[in-house]
Design a protein around this ligand. Sequence first.
Ligand code: MN
Length: 489
Amino acid sequence: MESTDTIIQGKTGDWELMIGLEVHAQISSKSKLFSGAATAFGAEPNSQVSFVDAAMPGMLPVINAACVREAVRSGLALNCRINRRSVFARKNYFYADLPQGYQISQYEEPVVGEGEITIDMPDGTNRTIGIERLHLEQDAGKSLHDQLPDKSLIDLNRSGVALMEIVSRPDMRSAEEAGAYLTKLRAVLRCIGACDGNMQEGSLRADANVSVRRPGEAPGTRCEIKNLNSVRFLKQAIMWEARRQVALLESGGTVSQETRLFDSARGETRPMRSKEDAHDYRYFPDPDLPPLLLDEAFIESARESLPELPDAKKARFIREFGLRPHDAGLLCADTDVSAYYEETAAQCDPALAANWILSELFGLLNKTERAISESPVGPGALAALIRLISDNVISGKIAKDVFAEMFATGKAPDAIVAEKGLRQITDTGALEAVVSRIISENPDQVAAFRGGKTGLMGWFVGQAMKATGGKANPKALNEILQRALSQES
Ligand code: MN
């Protein structure tokens, strides 16, 4: 397993990691940040491009209020300061997929200022990570290099789509924390509907700034790893990059500030370009756009539109359902999952519902690469299965087989139980007959048990379960076995 410890042990001593993340989140809006063109993913290339997005001369950008509202809602959900006044600036650089020759972004005065996010660590503890800013900017188009043998093509559908760039402080000290931060940020944005969080489609992508230092010393030179599109790749890239820097420094080299790419097939980062400083971009306020001024009513209406956020939901799950903090955190990391849980828990034992969703359901969903929204077993069916366990109709062990069958066929649990004759044997007479046969067939074990080897109890239970096809009610069986074995023959 990949180590994600806070301290990296080098040949010459310990090193500490410093990580900051810049996350680009595509806003779930119907039209682009400064034009009315559509934003749907997967459309025919260049079918969603207005004159503004193609940077035709004389075209003027017009701000999309829906995108501003989502940025403000996101800022509020991340406990950030909302700036009543912000300014759009041109970030100048040349790239084939950027027809304007500049990106409209925000520089000195972003729409959202400082805030913080609470991350949930796997051991159930929390940490607070600072957020420096959230600003609005345009996405670029996409260069396609694999369509023609000797030419590159441009698809401008993405050109001008609204992005929020969310910049953290360099507060993270391990790849694990960076992963927890990205997971939490995604959960919050999905919960409020500002971004669909689809990392495969590029709706959410992270750049990681990574540096190493001797504990307590000044920060080292950082490298930026661009466009990480999964939590797993983010963690892998950070660890590989940190080890590269440690090896370099320990062999007497220096880290040069640069932008690097992560090669997910080889699991390593490689240089892309030397990193520009802000002054290389010649930022200046966009003369086509006036400062963005927000009034209190706009901000208040954004605040009132926020649903219950993941942290509040987690606290409620702990309070209402008695869940362990870590389990509650996992269930609240995704809106679809928390909704599925609440619907299930309303119809059966809430603690059992949490266990079944986190272990059995997640297990089969992962194995079949399905989202919870595509689960063949809905909350009602899972609750019905859990009630069969609580009502002692089937054992927890047999319930796992029934669940696999439900998942594969979509059948109802009681139908499977009836069809396969899986009901537990709770009939005392039937269980007593099984037990007395086992006792008469195994005199040596019985003698050993009565001689003090009480650990043999598990063996007797196993024999009885084998004889009943696993259908003996465990509680009834235990009582009958205890009684039968303690009797002197
Ligand atoms: Mn950016």
